[in-house]
Structures are given as structure tokens and as C-alpha cells.
Design a binder for this molecule. Structure first.
Ligand code: UD1
Ligand code: CA
Length: 451
């Protein structure tokens, strides 16, 4: 098979986005629109050309990928003109696959089917049948053979009734494409060089146009404004949620679940409504996630319970852990097996040993905590002196009384008992009660009369 070059058209401004950044940098799920197209193109093609115009430098800079060939199109004179800009870099003995930078959900299997058709006919077109074809180029067939594409603005009333439309995606023998492009003119309503005119040219030289009709409209839906962007995001999420459920994940309401990244899960997991997963998230067996949790780049073990409104990022959560409600677990935290992180507890860059409990209203940062430690309500590690961060170490079996401040750097010994309300500034020994606070005393109330 001949090698394939992708030519991704991305020079348009996308004015209907009403945004400062170029349209193709708008985000769907975890990637930009162009990022989605690039992923597909790079999987199939030996070279990838991206035609940029409006905000081209911004687009180039965003991807910082040396394998992409950027081609400038200073003036947007039409899709044919855009493809022409890439042709000097493309050899005749190859297939050119034209894609759009604002059509993000195109699938690998569809592109494979399409490019496979080029071998025999030289030109293969991807079309779709729409209930409402308004705005698209119509596919003109005679005896079922494709004859031409007529743009909406150039079409007759009869042609406007045709529901089979051009998706814009096509695969063409590069040598043929080069010769057709050199003959394009802009004698049409829009005064543009239409790529679509090459179809009638090919038919004129006796070619039969191959075609693939795509089943799922979303695959070829373009994004022009934020309403369409949100619609495609939903379609993407719905499809992804269906796949997860088929693989055994229970989603209480798939319409209120977002995964923007990669998710893996074991058996019997359940996710309640309004959960957002980002980056790489893995969940073991029999784990449940309650409503309104946000979880990013985290590995979660078996039999974990995550209660509502918890936010977890770049962390590891051990088997049997109990998290939340309203827990915040920040990057580089390792939560051991059977640990409890309760409500309004923030953990940062800390290791929490097996079976330890931090149940209420605490901040634990830059801490190495042993096993079976009990942290009372309101305990805080004072890890920052205004310049540097310092470490707190807490031994196995320690009991830290409520409302204690552990001023780091500090080491709390094994089975140490810290009296409630202490401010600990020096190391506390193993197996001993340490407390630091003024002795309680009571004074008789003096009653003073003011006149
Ligand atoms: C094009 C097709 C139409 C098809 C429709 C599908 C042509 C003449 N028409 O129409 O048959 O039904 O797409 O969406 O091809 N672009 C450039 N440089 C340019 C012009 C466009 O890079 O000079 C890029 C745009 O950024 C966009 C894509 O090409 O990503 C399509 O351009 P657009 O102007 O939206 O084409 P349509 O008029 O919608
Ligand atoms: Ca368009």
C-alpha cells in the first residue's frame, strides 16, 4: 500500500466562536479539536501536514510537535487553495487524505475504509446522509455514480433537496490531486477555489469516484460555534459512557458523567452523578464514587468508598480507604489501605500509613505518617515558614489530640500521645504523653461597678 499523507485544513478563523484563540484550539474532552484530528492522522499517515492561517503561530506553538509539517495559508481563498499549499511537499506516489481541523470525532476505521478505496479508483469521498443538509455541499449522483459536488450557494432548487452531502474528508491519489488542483478556478458564487470541483474533473477524465457513507453523523460533524462544541462534547461523553457500561461500570446517570482522559476499572464499581474524571484514572474492584467528585490522574484500589464532593488529584488511594465527604487530596499523596480521610480534610504530598484516620477538619502536608495513627479534629501540620516547606514525621500508633499544631520540621514518636490543643515545636518521644499549653486556671470574677 502506498504511504498516506494527511492534509489537515485548519486555516479558518472560526469567527462564530467569538473567541480570541483560533477555533482548532478549542477543547473537546481532554484535547483540542485539532489534537483529536492529529491523533487519528498520526496513527494512519506517514506524514501529517497542517494548513494554518488565522492564529497560525499560536496553533504551531501549542503543539510543539516536530513531526508535524506546518504549511501557511496567508489568505483563505478556499479549500482547494488550502490543499494546494501542501502539495509542493508531497510526492506523486502517495495517497493524500484531506481532513478538517474542526471535525474532531472522525474514526480510524472510517479513514482506513476510505483510503483503501483510492487504490482502485484514484478518488474516494466520505459522504453522509443528513435529514437537514442545509449549508453543505450536495453529492450529485447519476445511476448511483458520483458526478460532482455542488456547494449550497451554487446549487439549484432541485439540487438543494439532495440529502447526501460532502463531509469534506476525501482521499485522493497525490499525482492526480496535483493535476486537478492546478486546473481549479474560482468562478463560483463565493469566488473561492473549491476542492470539491476536483470531483467533476475526475469524472470528466473517466474516473469512477469511490465513496464511503458514514453512519454516525457525529464522526463528521464540524464545530463552528460553542453550541456545536457542547453538542459534540455530549455525544462524545454519551458514547464513551455507553462503552464503559457495556464493560461493566455502573453509572447511575450516564448523562451526568464526564471522563476527559483514560479510565480503567475492575468489577462492580459504581459512579454516582456529576463525577468528572480527568487524565489517567484507574479504579480497582468494588469501589464506589459518590456524587460531585472530581478525580484527576489517580490510582484507586479495591473496595474504596469516596463520599460526595471530594477532589483528588495525582494521588494513590489504597484498598479499603474511606474518603470524604468534602475531602481534598492534593498531588503526590499516597493514602494507604483502610485509611480514613474525613470531611474538610486536606492532604498534600503526604504518605498516610495503613489504617490511619484523619477524620475531621485537618491539614496534613509534607508528612510521612505511619500506620494506625489517629489524628484528632482540627490538627494542622505547619509545614511552611514563609520561605521553605518542612517535613512532619508521625510514628505508628501515635494519637494526636484535637486542635494540635505540629510545627515542622518535627518528629512524633511511635505510640506518642499529644495532648489536645498543643503547639508542638520540638520532637515528641515514643510512648509518652507530650503536651504544650498553659495550665488551666480559674480566677474569681471581680464585679466592678461603673457609674
Ligand atoms: C466545505 C465543503 C463542503 C462540505 C463542508 C463540510 C468546499 C468548497 N466545500 O464547505 O462541500 O459540505 O465543507 O463541512 O470544500 N479552510 C482553510 N482554508 C481555506 C478555506 C477553508 O483552511 O481557504 C478550512 C476551514 O478552516 C475549515 C475547512 O477548511 O476547517 C472547511 O472550510 P469551510 O469554509 O468551513 O467550508 P464549507 O464552506 O463549510
Ligand atoms: Ca464548514
Amino acid at each position: 500500500m502506498e504511504h498516506i499523507n494527511a492534509i489537515i485544513l485548519a486555516a479558518g478563523k472560526g469567527s462564530r466562536m467569538n473567541a480570541a484563540k483560533p477555533k482548532v484550539l478549542q477543547v473537546l474532552s481532554d484535547k483540542t479539536l485539532l489534537g483529536h484530528v492529529l491523533t487519528q492522522a498520526q496513527a494512519l499517515c506517514s506524514q501529517v501536514f497542517v494548513v494554518v492561517g488565522f492564529g497560525g503561530d499560536q496553533v504551531r506553538h501549542f503543539f510543539k510537535d516536530d513531526s508535524i509539517h506546518w504549511v501557511g495559508q496567508a489568505e483563505q481563498l478556499g479549500t482547494g487553495h488550502a490543499v494546494q499549499q501542501a502539495m509542493p511537499h508531497i510526492d506523486d506516489d502517495s495517497i493524500s487524505l484531506v481532513l478538517y481541523g474542526d471535525v474532531p470525532l472522525i474514526e480510524q476505521s472510517t479513514l482506513e475504509k476510505l483510503t483503501a478505496q483510492v487504490q482502485k479508483s484514484g478518488v474516494a469521498l466520505l459522504s453522509v446522509i443528513l435529514e437537514n443538509p442545509t449549508g453543505y455541499g450536495r453529492i450529485i449522483r447519476q445511476n448511483n455514480q458520483i458526478q460532482a459536488i455542488v456547494e449550497q450557494k451554487d446549487a439549484s432548487i432541485e439540487q438543494l433537496k439532495i440529502c447526501e452531502v460532502n463531509t469534506g474528508v476525501m482521499a485522493v491519489d497525490s499525482g492526480l490531486l496535483r493535476s486537478y488542483l492546478s486546473k481549479l478556478d474560482s468562478n463560483n458564487t463565493q469566488g473561492e477555489f473549491y476542492l470539491t470541483d476536483i470531483i467533476a474533473m475526475a469524472v470528466g477524465t473517466g474516473k469512477t469516484i469511490a465513496s464511503v457513507i458514514v453512519e454516525n453523523e457525529c464522526e463528521v460533524a464540524g464545530v463552528n460555534d460553542k453550541i456545536q462544541l457542547a453538542t459534540l462534547e455530549r455525544a462524545f461523553q454519551k458514547n464513551q459512557a455507553s462503552q464503559f457500561m457495556q464493560q461493566g461500570l455502573m453509572l447511575r446517570d450516564p448523562a451526568r458523567f464526564d471522563c476527559r482522559g483514560n479510565l480503567s476499572f475492575g468489577q462492580d464499581c459504581e459512579i454516582d452523578v456529576n463525577v468528572v474524571l480527568e487524565g489517567d484514572v484507574s479504579i480497582g474492584n468494588n469501589t464506589t464514587i459518590a456524587p460531585n467528585c472530581i478525580i484527576r490522574n489517580t490510582k484507586i484500589g479495591d473496595n474504596v468508598v469516596i463520599l460526595p464532593n471530594s477532589l483528588i488529584e495525582d494521588a494513590v488511594i489504597g484498598d479499603g480507604a474511606f474518603i470524604g465527604p468534602f475531602a481534598r487530596i492534593r498531588p503526590e499523596s499516597k493514602i494507604g489501605n483502610n485509611v480514613k480521610i474525613g470531611n474538610f480534610v486536606e492532604v498534600k504530598k503526604s504518605t498516610i500509613g495503613k489504617g490511619s484516620k484523619i477524620s475531621h477538619l485537618s491539614y496534613v502536608g509534607d508528612t510521612v505518617m505511619g500506620e494506625e495513627v489517629n489524628i484528632g479534629a482540627g490538627v494542622i501540620t505547619c509545614n511552611y515558614d514563609g520561605v521553605n516547606k518542612h517535613q512532619t514525621t508521625i510514628g505508628d500508633g501515635a494519637f494526636i489530640g484535637s486542635d494540635t499544631q505540629l510545627v515542622a520540621p518535627v518528629v512524633i514518636g511511635k505510640n506518642a500521645l499529644i495532648g489536645a490543643g498543643s503547639t508542638i515545636t520540638k520532637n515528641a518521644p515514643d510512648n509518652a504523653l507530650t503536651l504544650s499549653r498553659a495550665k488551666q486556671s480559674s480566677l474569681k470574677k471581680g464585679i466592678k461597678n461603673h457609674d
